[in-house]
Design a protein around this ligand. Sequence first.
Ligand code: HEM
Length: 516
Amino acid sequence: MTTSPVLTDISAFLNRPKIEIAGFCAAAYALYYATTAIYLVFFHPLSKFPGPKTWAASRIPWARHVVKGDLWEVLSKLHEQYGPVVRIGPDEITTISPTAWKDIYVSNPVLPKDPNSQTPPLNGAHSLFTAAGDTHKRIRNTLVNGFSDKALREQAPIIEDYAVQLVSRLQREAAKSTDGAVDIQKFYGYATFDMVTDLSLGESFHGLEGDNEHSWILGFFFHAKFGTIRNCLSRFSPLDILLGLILLSVTRKNRLKNWATVTEKIDRRLAKGDTSGVRSDFLTPVIGKLDEGGVKGITRKELTTNGLAFVIADCQLTTVALSASTYLLLRDPAKMKQLVEELRGAFQSDDQITVQSTQGLVYLEAVINESLRLHHPTPISLPRLLPPAGRVIDGDFIPGNSVVGINLQNIQNSPSLWHEPRVFHPERFLAASDPRYNAVFEKDVKAAFVPFSTGPRNCLGWKVFMAQARVILAKVLWNFEVEMVGAQEDWLEQKAYLVFEPKPLPVRLEKYRGGK
Ligand code: HEM
């Protein structure tokens, strides 16, 4: 039998010195990499969009900044250099065009989230954040009534009660602090954690009463970081699987314990049944809609996953937003004075400050909006995957299977859309008829400000957030004269992994002696 010439060639090749074989393989890989890069940069359907060539050729530059936590900052510079639409990866573009909101997040059929931006749930039960298609619709339809205006009115006592507790705790902290400094960011964390655990799981963790639950809050920020890096590595599989396995094994004990705690609380809450009229929370309208078949309502596991997701979203984002508002006001005493005058003019005593009574305080609302604009708690892109046929987005045809998104922080801070975008001007959000409004703000493109996203996947909890932010800020600034400790010049320079990483915000608090 004669040996085939191909096999003879292969066997001759394999008999060459190992160093030569390794060199050949390296050269072949380099050639493959170079030709792919040339294709991606010059011939790929996305090559018509501007952007750095290195980012078009490979995911590595993008991934480097995800891991460093400064992607939001780098993207902002790229938009200034290249314009409203920038190619930031071989298959991804980002836009800060306000007219793109509708095409990307609202138009039918709704574009799915980019799967690479999602950490799959460990137990298979989706939260609203990770669910897709009909599962998302079913879960959202079941939970939505817990977030209506009516539901919020009934939930208000829970929010108000913890805001009262926050003021007492701050008073105690200020009294016992040797240098008078209190890290207000930490206590905002406790207050929002207590509020949202009560609303989502039926009982609070009592963080404001003791310090025992701070590890949960810090754990959420750690998981946001881990999740972001894992999702980034899913572009370089199997690195994501490896990282996942290592971290999952390290955190396994803790996760199981936390899951058991949350499940136990949800079970206890469900056992209480419909408590409307006595006490309302996010679960009140869901009682009776449990369906283990997952056909109509929601399964017990899904309810637990969603309960935990609400806790994480609220506790992290609301804490970051409240800390940013406080910091920005402290840096600008004239704006702080405006707000304090509005609050102390509206309320003679602390107990008048409620979810309802803080509605319509225009300067307070302007401060919350301007803080969200300047320092969005999640300065991320909301990436969506195009169908294979592609789609026209904002007048441009985007080829199939590309990823497109709007970065919340970038669109809210672009000099092309805002007057002095990095300056704190709550006045820009006042009505044009308000004497404090200035015509310079007519340059602002308000359609760019969509901090809770839009369409069927917009934020379910935005009204809850606004209620918490109004009541907490109003109570703290009504009750205390607040002063910053140190200059804290670079406080806004924060790393972001899905969420801005918390930075301590030391303040001095002195009790306000006015009022009743
Ligand atoms: C400063 C506060 C908040 C901001 C800026 C914010 C922002 C957002 C944004 C931009 C999205 C869309 C995410 C995406 O498309 O990938 C979202 C979704 C969501 N948010 Fe919020 N959020 C805030 C607070 C809250 C709170 C307090 C809750 C619950 C108590 C909440 C619950 C949710 C849920 C469940 C979704 C997923 C909705 C869905 O996909 O159907 N958020 N949020």
